[in-house]
Design a protein around this ligand. Structure first.
Ligand code: CMC
Length: 429
């Protein structure tokens, strides 16, 4: 028997079905609310709102659990690869050897950019933020694939998926190359996904560039950890924009824009900038934390806190461990890692952070690895884009295939002026 909730309002009672997910989390289905009672719900920041049913990613924020398609993130981080995880997210099951092989092949075939796309980069100022470039160029891909824009055509969507997964690393690396005035390299299709990206970023036509397998592995791990995170700000953006039936390139471009913000993907850049400031100004970690707690100070401890996790973000634990391993294997001493560890230790014993259940999130240590492997700070959020791409596409695909899909169109509680008459300008006081 379906459980029901009752809502009493204005002398009337409305029975609302309670929906249960596969992990027993419950939601009140309010779809009849406005029709039956003339009421809407008000939920700033959508803190209590489920926007869809999804079978892709499960998070238990209280227990610090993250699973893609049922597989714990810890197992995927240890045993899988980014492209295998991408397939898993897109198709719901782990691939067979033949499926993975052919998926890799499909992506490899599309890594080059159309030569005309390359010309866009030269038009951007050298100091342009690479997230702005990525959002613009990804959106512009739709102009090059005009016969592949129908979101309801599976063949077209599959091809656009392969193109995006293949070309976004090339776009990201070209944004960086443009900023430092180096020539764009062609992708190397003999390399794996992460290694090819490192080649595009750091090789030059003048000399041999040796890819460090430790670095490539760390990068692949970071991509896995960022691959999906259910209905976060950028993913919800991709779904909302996609619900208008716009093409996949446009929907993904909007996700990039949403991810750019410092409260979302931009936090990894903000964390390093915070650590750099503490280091360069010789600030005291404890005093710095005090300013993050001060209500009159807008500063926050970047890389701490999460809308969903009220416990350790499981990704942060994996990244912290990887951070020590990578720095150790590269033989690099990093003062910022010491500062981060100290901040974490102090924060985790501080009542302010304990009472608000603020723990390190995915961004707290990721920037330190990126920095150690040579990724410039303003490219950190772009790295997040590379990781999140299969998640966005999977969520978009799931939405397109949902028989109950409708254009996303929230309501509002209007608080402005009631009707009044226009006053000519010379009669206004
Ligand atoms: N430093 C200091 N205080 C904080 C922090 C922080 N990092 N995060 C939350 N708080 C406080 C906040 O001031 C509020 O206090 P009070 O109840 O006294 O008003 C309380 O904790 C609840 O915060 P909130 O802003 O209502 O929580 P939220 O769920 O709306 O925001 C968040 C979540 C991630 C935006 C927030 O924790 C934050 O700004 N963190 C720093 C930025 C960051 O690291 N973002 C990356 C998120 S993970 C990756 C991703 O999703 O992209």
């Amino acid at each position: 028997m379906t459980a029901k909730a009752e809502l009493h309002y204005d002398g009337r009672t409305l029975e609302l079905p309670v929906i249960e997910g596969s992990e027993k989390e419950r939601a009140i289905d309010i779809s009849a609310l406005r029709k039956e009672l003339g009421l809407i719900t008000l939920d700033p920041g959508y803190v209590n709102t489920g926007s869809c049913r999804s079978a892709i990613t499960f998070i238990d924020g209280e227990k610090g659990i993250l699973r893609y398609r049922g597989y714990p993130i810890e197992q995927l981080a240890e045993r899988s690869s980014f492209l295998e995880v991408a397939w898993l997210l897109l198709h719901g099951e782990l691939p067979t050897t033949a499926e993975l092989q052919s998926f890799k092949e499909d992506i490899r075939l599309h890594t080059m950019l159309h030569e005309d796309v390359k010309r866009f980069f030269g038009a951007f100022p050298k100091k342009a933020h690479p997230m702005a470039i990525c959002a613009a160029v990804i959106g512009a891909l739709s102009t090059f694939y005009q016969n592949f824009l129908d979101p309801n055509d599976e063949g077209q969507s599959n091809l656009s998926t392969h193109r995006l997964l293949a070309k976004v690393p090339t776009i990201a690396a070209y944004a960086f190359k443009h900023s430092i005035g180096q020539p764009f390299l062609y992708p190397r299709n003999d390399l794996d996904y992460a290694s090819n990206f490192l080649h595009l970023m750091f090789a030059t036509p003048c000399e041999e560039y040796e890819i460090d397998p430790v670095v490539a592995k760390a990068l692949d791990l970071l991509l896995i950890l960022h691959a999906d995170h259910e209905q976060n700000c950028s993913t919800s953006t991709v779904r909302l924009v996609g619900s208008s039936q716009v093409n996949l390139f446009a929907a993904i471009s909007s996700g990039v824009a949403a991810l750019w913000g410092p409260l979302h993907g931009g936090a990894n850049q903000a964390v390093i900038e915070m650590l750099q400031q503490i280091e360069s100004e010789g600030l005291d970690g404890k005093r710095f934390l005090e300013s993050c707690k001060d209500k009159d100070d807008t500063r926050r401890l970047m890389g701490f806190g999460h809308r969903v996790y009220k416990n350790f973000d499981p990704r942060a634990k994996i990244i912290k461990k990887a951070c020590f391993e990578v720095l150790d294997r590269l033989g690099t001493k990093n003062k910022m890692l010491d500062i981060a560890v100290e901040l974490e230790e102090v924060a985790l014993q501080d009542d302010y952070f304990i009472s608000r259940k603020l723990y390190p999130n995915v961004d707290f240590y990721s920037g330190i690895i990126y920095q150690a492997i040579g990724i410039p700070v303003n490219m950190f959020t772009v790295m997040f884009v590379l990781g999140r791409l299969p998640g966005w596409i999977s969520q978009w695909k799931e939405m397109q295939g949902d028989a109950s899909k409708r254009i996303g169109r929230p309501r509002q509680v209007y608080t402005g002026a009631t009707e009044r008459s226009y006053v000519p300008i010379d009669e206004r006081g």
